[in-house]
Design a protein around this ligand. Sequence first.
Ligand code: ADP
Ligand code: MG
Length: 473
Amino acid sequence: MEVDCSSLWTDCLSIIRQQVDEQNFTTWFQPIKPLRADGDVLTIQVPSQFFYEWLEEHYVPVLKSAIHTVLGPTARLEYSVVVDSGNQKNPPLLVNYPNANGIKRSSMGSEGMENYSPFSLKALNPQQVNSRLNSSYTFDNFVEGDCNRLARSAGVAVAKKPGITSFNPLMLYGGVGVGKTHLVQAIGNEIKKSMPEKIVLYVDQNDFTSQFLNALQNHKLQEFQNFYLQVDLLILDDVQFLAGREKTQEMFFHIFNQLHQSGKQIIMTSDCPPRDLKGFQERLLSRFKWGLTADLQEPDFETKLAIIHRKMQSDGIAIPTDVAEYLALSVDTNLRDMEGVLNSLIFHATLLKKDIDLDLAKEVLKNIVKEIQSDVSVDFIQKTVADYFKVELESMKGKVKKREIVIPRQVAMYFCKRYTQLTLALIGENFGGRDHSTVIHALESVEDMMKTDANFKNSVEELTKKLKLRIAS
Ligand code: ADP
Ligand code: MG
């Protein structure tokens, strides 16, 4: 029998309100939406997996007593967890969980869970597996700030109970140098230390792809799989570069499913949230969203200062406050560049026995900034090329077939191929949804014109300089 769930929930809320303080009430109970009441089951919708986990860990007694008071002693609660809030094309994805019953992973989207027929595994010895971790990345030297708090806490939770929390997979995303690699390696190092019997493996997308292609060529796929399927904690760094690599994705999909099904922990990083990843198979993307997705943001001034002090301290070098503040303010590209500046300062201080002062810091910074060359984005290439040829950005990305637009478009495609990691298909997508053969044609035309037209060649060279100088200028 359906009853009015919102009035029931309102009654529950007034009971809950008496038992939790105002702030927790606002944080954890107000966002809940009652969905339906059917018999003695009340279903509530919670905004995320994390939220669900939190309620289950902290508020089961409170929720139970409210439900029992309002709906009777046999009443139960069911959660509907918003796993993905959806977008214009896709409706939100919801997953239902019973309350206080532990988490039934198998109940969520078990469709498409391809099983491999069992094959004999040569057991690996955890001590002999090279985890590919850099032991200098630890939680201790990972400075906590507003910019990374959620990601860090999730990381700590996973390090304590790999595969057991609902943060599986744990997906961390954020821009360049915000500490993704540091954090995921810290998790790996921690688990290796506290659970030496576990097999931990860190790979970046590049390693994974080349190992896979290698195995494919040498008919060693089985061994490749056997190896990965024995890993207890798999860390895959920079998954965004798997974009467009269908075969590799396919393989990762199988490994992911197998590991996940057997309660192994998977951690991934990416430069954007899963919903914005382009060039991925939908079924793989939906798996990325099963666990917890947390972002790391650019560190604020205070966090940067703390990072500078921590780093210098660990190298046993004193850095005057004014220098630290100057660096925290001036190195505004990313933390990786900051690392370069600090290393250079340490070099000057230890080997050249110079005192670290503002003048030295300024000099070092000047030299480093010139060397900084980050990856160039598609947007930046498109904008630079459009500006250079004085055409409108939108028409360059659009359908116009006029020669004065087509040439800049082809040049922009050419630079995208040279300076980004995108596949031909993805480049085409960034230019009004053209296909990969159009992109190939563009690359060939540009090469041809460079051979035959000196002026054109000149333009391409000038643009090359502009793109390379991007940060230094
Ligand atoms: P990402 O993988 O996100 O591009 P990295 O993890 O490589 O970034 O971080 C870049 C540099 O900044 C590394 O040297 C890392 O140790 C340092 N770093 C980033 N975040 C922190 C932090 N919160 N505390 C200490 N060092 C940090
Ligand atoms: Mg990284």
